[in-house]
Ligand binder design. Structure first.
Ligand SMILES: Cc1ncc(COP(=O)(O)O)c(C=O)c1O
Length: 377
């Protein structure tokens, strides 16, 4: 089976360096918030060009810390896509606030700024105070931040970018991390920049958000760990994960370049047969996923089975939109229905994507897909 994501090939490349860095942690013994954590935050700051980088325990916790930083509370609403991973609306819901689901653009898969007015109205009609927007850089490409920030500014809303999948990408030469008031990312192992466990970070130039997030990641600490200024959580990154991330960061740009080459080869081989992903003008992608769209009448399961029989794994991100998942059905939906989101859930298919796919493997995957499509006709 061709690996869907190949962490083994990457590990072979960095193993000596990771071993050294992990041995260092064992030697100094500062397992939590050790020197690697500080070093990683400084390196990520250079990458994102943001004043503050706050590492934490997961991408989901980064979102919660960001929302705590924005003082989100019950009765308030945040506009977000429904075509996303559960963590996006979950972070709002656990704080007692309400996600307001808006539709996405069929080409970029990302929040469609043209749907924001309807989402704002849906929130107001539900009696919510709408305070912010949380776009998601789905599959690795940032949202159209110019249009989203423009709308946010007109309506006095803040923007928190869920960059769990898009860290490493950019929009108009501005890196993910710097595109919104606050950006959150995930270091889950399968992410473009992943550790060997759970991890995440938030990025901001906002001093107040940074202060609250730093405090909340250690139980709302104040002057010391035993002065509690607010109610927080345990959301620290540990030194071992930071050590792994420092190692991976040293090859991150090279891996991003390699992912782009994989995407280019897929595009050349597949664009005449299926709808391949398109980059929005001005955007680069970290290619967390390579997601194609199949014709609407196509039997997606049959295609997946045919590919699997040839050793090609595929995934569906996401089969059910968030606004149709049981815990989220009570939240407002822009225009009462999200037709593009619903359609995408039926037709998307993610192909293997990682920097170590060989040209021959990409040809094998593409040929298998083409013959499965021909058989399905
Ligand atoms: C869009 C999105 N947001 C948030 C998260 C949450 O990240 P984590 O799994 O690190 O909590 C993920 C992770 O899969 C994600 O894909």
């Amino acid at each position: 089976m061709i690996p869907f994501i190949d962490l083994k090939a990457q590990q072979v490349r960095i193993r000596d360096d990771v071993d050294k860095r992990l041995a260092n942690v064992l030697d100094h013994g500062a397992y939590i918030m050790g020197p690697e954590v500080k070093e990683l935050e400084a390196e990520l700051g250079k990458w994102s060009r943001t004043k503050h980088v706050i590492s934490c325990s997961s991408g989901t916790d980064a979102l919660v810390l960001a929302l705590l930083g924005k003082k989100l509370r019950p009765g308030q609403g945040v506009i977000c896509p429904s075509f996303t991973f559960a963590a996006t609306p979950e972070a709002m819901a656990v704080l007692g606030a309400s996600p307001i689901f808006a539709d996405v653009d069929p080409h970029s898969f990302n929040l469609d700024a043209r749907n924001l007015s309807a989402a704002l109205q849906a929130g107001i009609d539900s009696g919510l105070e709408v305070v912010g927007i949380m776009p998601v850089g789905l599959f690795g490409m940032p949202s159209d931040m110019i249009a989203i920030r423009d709308f946010a500014q007109k309506h006095g809303l803040w923007v928190i970018d869920d960059g769990a999948q898009s860290f490493g990408a950019s929009f108009n030469d501005v890196p993910v991390g710097k595109l919104a008031d606050v950006t959150c990312t995930s270091f889950f192992p399968a992410k473009p920049l992943g550790c060997y466990g759970d991890g995440g970070a938030l990025f901001t130039d906002d001093d107040e958000v940074a202060e609250i997030a730093i405090s909340c990641r250690i139980h709302g600490m104040g002057k010391t760990k035993y002065h509690n200024d607010r109610i927080g959580m345990t959301a620290r990154l540990d030194s071992m994960q930071a050590a792994v991330l420092l190692s991976k960061l040293s090859i991150f740009q090279d891996e991003l370049d390699k992912r782009q080459q994989v995407a280019d080869q897929y595009q050349a081989l597949l664009s005449a047969h299926v709808i391949t992903p398109r980059l929005t003008k001005g955007a680069t992608s970290s290619w967390a996923q390579y997601t194609i769209k199949l014709p609407q009448d196509c039997d997606r399961q049959a295609i997946q089975d045919a590919l699997s029989a040839k050793g090609v794994p595929t995934m569906i991100y996401y089969p059910i939109p968030m606004h149709k998942q049981a815990p989220y059905q009570r939240y407002p939906v822009a225009n009462g229905a999200l037709t593009i989101t619903d359609t995408l859930c039926d037709i998307v298919l993610a192909l293997p994507m990682h920097p170590y796919l060989t040209s021959e493997q990409i040809i094998t995957i593409s040929d298998a897909l083409k013959s499965a499509m021909a058989e399905a006709k």
